[in-house]
Design a protein around this ligand. Structure first.
Ligand code: WQD
Length: 337
């Protein structure tokens, strides 16, 4: 079985490629390296002793993309990670986000149609729910007006796939709505590689603990939560990667109930920022310097997944807890220094 992974040298993409290779899939990676490094390919090979085919290719390049699909007409599935994902950056550069996240999705789907390919897994996000009215969040929770162009590209992306599936019965797609992916592979050969100042909590924590940042700014402690800080569902990136294989096999084995499905991927447990800090200090025995500052524009109070559908229908459940994830993130950070 041969699988295309777009964005396969990215954070979640690289961990998914490792799981695919370890399950003896043939993997072809497309990545434009705009938010990754070729060293990730070496990391994948050092873990798996396999060298997946890699194309440094920008999905916006229609001609290059069609030449790729001419060469690879025998794909059994596509996992589509390639997209820009920085919420704040998307507010500053909306057109870049719509071009990079939406146009490329359309081009990939057009190639799938031309080659009559099916089995498409889309990297989506719990950000489509905004601040959900009820917690935990089920897949039936309403999709709300996105707080950022990034979140909007995920909502629009899901709608494009759903509308395409509606009129192409030979196509099957699944959108996976990630909660907060964190951690790194236990080998410390691959992990999160934030470029510049990390926007996300965990890389900022590990860089602060490593002395690369002076202190963590906690964005608000006046939320209506137990300790006043915001709550998220932090899921180990390896658990998340494994969910992609389960979703892909659901389509390949034609176990899907409809030709477009959506699954929330989280642990089902919420942790506040302060709880994450305390867990990190416990796991690493590192004191974390932090200060409380104002809330970050656009942040929601709380989000954590109702995992019933993923557990029962998809047949997947997160196995690794937050302490394991934080430990792996710290070990990965130490490897960088
Ligand atoms: C987590 C919590 C912050 C940094 C976003 C996207 C989501 C996905 C993950 C791409 C929040 C707090 C953070 C810091 C802090 N992106 N925080 N100080 O915003 O939940 O989700 O990233 O796939 O789609 O929406 O993640 O890690 O930025 O923040 O206090 O320096 O940590 O306020 O409560 P977020 P995050």
């Amino acid at each position: 079985m041969k699988i295309l992974v777009t964005g396969g040298l990215g954070f979640i993409g690289s961990h998914t490629v490792v799981e695919l290779l370890q399950k003896n899939y043939e993997v072809v990676i497309i990545d434009n390296l705009s938010n990754s490094s070729i060293s990730v390919l070496e990391g994948i090979t050092s873990i798996t002793q396999k060298s997946p085919q890699f194309y440094k290719l920008d999905l916006k390049d229609k001609l290059e993309l069609s030449e790729f699909f001419e060469e690879h007409q025998d794909l059994d599935g596509i996992i589509h990670f390639a997209a820009s994902k920085a919420v704040g950056e998307s507010v500053e550069k909306p057109l870049m986000y719509y071009e990079n996240n939406i146009n490329t999705l359309v081009l990939v789907l057009q190639e799938m149609r031309r080659k009559e390919l099916s089995n498409f897994i889309f990297s989506s996000s719990c950000t489509v729910y905004g601040q959900a009215d009820e917690l935990p969040i089920t897949e039936e929770a309403p999709v709300k007006k996105a707080e950022s162009p990034y979140g909007n590209t995920k909502q629009i992306g899901e709608e494009i796939i759903q509308e395409y599936a509606k009129v192409n019965s030979e196509f099957s797609g699944i959108s996976l709505r990630y909660f907060n992916p964190i951690g790194a592979h236990k080998s410390t050969q691959i992990g999160e590689l934030p470029i510049g100042v990390p926007q996300n909590l965990i890389p900022f924590i590990t860089q602060t603990a490593a002395g690369e940042r002076k202190e963590l700014s906690v964005f608000g402690d006046d939320y209506p939560t137990q300790d006043g800080t915001a709550i998220r569902d932090y899921i180990h990136v390896v658990d998340l990667a494994k969910a992609h294989i389960v979703a892909l096999e659901r389509l390949i084995q034609k176990k899907n109930k409809k030709n477009y499905e959506v699954f929330n991927l989280g642990t089902g447990k919420g942790n506040s920022v302060l709880e994450v800090i305390h867990a990190f200090e416990k796991v690493t025995q590192q004191k974390l310097p932090y200060k409380i500052v104002d809330r970050r524009e656009g942040d929601i109070i709380a989000a954590y997944a109702d995992t019933t559908k993923a557990n029962n229908d998809l047949g997947w459940k997160a196995e690794l807890g937050i302490e394991e994830a934080l430990k792996s993130a710290w070990e990965w950070q130490l490897k960088q220094d």
